[in-house]
Design a binder for this molecule. Structure first.
Ligand SMILES: NC(=O)c1ccc[n+]([C@@H]2O[C@H](COP(=O)([O-])OP(=O)(O)OC[C@H]3O[C@@H](n4cnc5c(N)ncnc54)[C@H](O)[C@@H]3O)[C@@H](O)[C@H]2O)c1
Length: 458
């Protein structure tokens, strides 16, 4: 589905009209193509006094080929134009902020730079998880960082995104790779439609890829619901990044599924996930063909909308079964048969409806909140085996599912976010890809919204 308004706005005539009438102005977002530099310009790196990550982050960015600036040099305006040099990203290590008065250091860093970020640039603040802070004052100040990053995401415009990354103190020795994977994702065009998020990087094991352009090389990945929409995009992105993809969908979608696997060189499994023998048949296929599955992406999902009073039990049951219970049954069989090895990854697709609720979607929102419950309960349980469990929660993504939404509600869904446009399936796929990388081992228990910082929900 195309967003005709966004295409018009990005044309010459459209730009003039939008400016004159003060209409929503969706920017063209920077998206990833393999071989792209991480950023369109330098990174300005700053740190509060006593911070613990800036040196490590600076080294990482230099290794990634990024041009680094420090605050004093970049603070000098151009003598002829009077303007500050523009940056591709502003990265600030705030782990040294130990009380609320120390937050002033963030104002001092960001205030002069507010207009000096390139289009589709990035703002990233690093903090310590409040629960790990040594005093109530430090925990208060670290929690306050969320308000700053979420507001910057709403304020800077032109496709600039802003995130807060809480990096555990407990696992300093084990975190560099996972922090690197997260920074690479957030700085790159892969995270085009992710903004206003709080990501937690813990202390699990993580492997550095031989080539950051193929971060999934050698991984066997299962993607459910892969015949179209978001699932097909996930299959394509993960294959592009080096994975061997096993693509699953219902038999009636066989032709579309075959087209996807032929394009990416994967294998197809035609299976209705709700069938009584589906978990066993799937496990047999994975065991026979690959002997294991490194990454499971639970993407298949359906909607059967009605307000609760008008909803028959079939609508309730089918949505809960496809979107939640079938995931649990499959997980159980894959664990029992030990098909997910140490270092495995589980990524499930939730929805902002599962966070905010939605009129007419009690069944869907229940199932998608359940997916978040699955992450909350499984992530700590599987941490000891080095298996990470995360979810993505898409907002308005341009697919057949959203094409069915009535026009007025569709337009509202598209525009009511910081980027003033719907996301593309590839945006969800790139986010799932990052969570699936072997390098993202310490990123577990997160629910990352891919919603352009939608106004709906928390
Ligand atoms: N499109 C959005 O804006 C949006 C927003 C939030 C969440 N999501 C979620 O993202 C996921 C993908 O959504 P989409 O928009 O690509 O939907 P879609 O309807 O285009 O694709 C879903 C796929 O899942 C498959 N599927 C459904 N039931 C199945 C079953 N029983 N067994 C096997 N496969 C089955 C379908 O055949 C289809 O190919 C879903 O979980 C959806 O809830 C989508």
């Amino acid at each position: 589905m195309t967003d005709r308004y966004a295409s018009f706005v990005q044309s010459g005539a459209g730009r003039a009209l939008v400016k004159r009438l003060g209409l929503p102005d969706p920017p063209r977002l920077r998206r990833h193509t393999p071989g792209d530099p991480l950023l369109p310009g330098p990174v300005l790196l700053g740190a509060a006094g006593g911070s613990r990550l800036a040196v490590q982050v600076g080294r990482m960015l230099l290794d990634a080929g990024v041009e680094l600036r420090d605050t004093p040099a970049s603070g000098d305006p151009d003598p002829t134009t009077g303007q500050l040099p523009k940056n591709g990203a502003l990265v600030y290590d705030a782990t040294g902020v130990t009380d609320s008065t120390g937050l002033r250091q963030l104002y001092d860093f960001f205030h002069p730079q507010a207009r000096a970020v390139l289009p589709s640039g990035r703002v990233i603040v690093l903090g310590t998880p409040p629960a790990e802070c040594g005093s109530p004052r430090e925990a208060t100040a670290q929690r306050a960082l969320e308000g700053l990053t979420r507001s910057i995401g709403k304020e800077f415009g032109r496709g600039v995104t802003a995130q807060l990354v809480y990096v555990t103190r407990a696992g300093d020795a084990g975190t560099p790779t996972s922090l690197e994977a997260t920074l690479r994702f957030l700085l790159s065009g892969r995270s085009a439609y992710v903004s206003g998020q709080v990501v937690r990087v813990g202390a699990g094991p993580a492997a550095v890829p031989a080539d950051w352009n193929r971060p999934l090389a050698g991984q066997v990945v299962l993607v459910t619901g892969a015949a179209r929409g978001i699932g097909a995009a996930v299959a394509r992105v993960l294959a592009r990044d080096g994975a061997q993809v096993v693509a699953l969908d219902v038999p009636s979608a066989g032709d579309a599924l075959a087209a996807v696997v032929n394009e990416i060189g994967g294998t197809a499994v035609q299976l209705d996930l709700t069938g009584p023998d589906a978990p066993t048949r799937l496990a047999d296929h994975l065991a026979d063909r690959h002997g294991r599955v490194d990454v499971v992406v639970h993407n298949a999902g359906i909607t059967r909308d009605r307000t609760l009073g008008r909803m028959d039990a079939d609508r309730w049951d089918s949505v809960l079964d496809v979107n939640l219970s079938s995931q649990e049954r499959i997980n159980d069989v894959l664990w029992e048969r030990e098909l997910i090895p140490e270092g495995g990854r589980l990524v499930a697709v939730s929805s902002i409806a599962g966070i905010a609720g939605n009129r007419g979607q009690t069944n869907y929102a229940t199932s998608k909140a359940g997916v978040i419950g699955l992450v909350d309960s499984l992530a700590p349980a599987l941490a000891g085996r080095g298996i990470s469990v995360n979810a993505v929660a898409p907002g308005f993504i341009e697919t057949r599912l959203t094409a069915r939404v009535p026009l007025v509600i569709r337009e509202a869904g598209r525009r009511m976010n910081s980027l003033a446009q719907g996301g593309l399936p590839v945006d969800v796929a790139e986010t799932i890809g990052w969570l699936a990388w072997p390098a993202s081992g310490a990123v577990s228990g997160n629910v990352v919204r891919v919603c352009g910082q939608s106004l709906l929900g928390a």
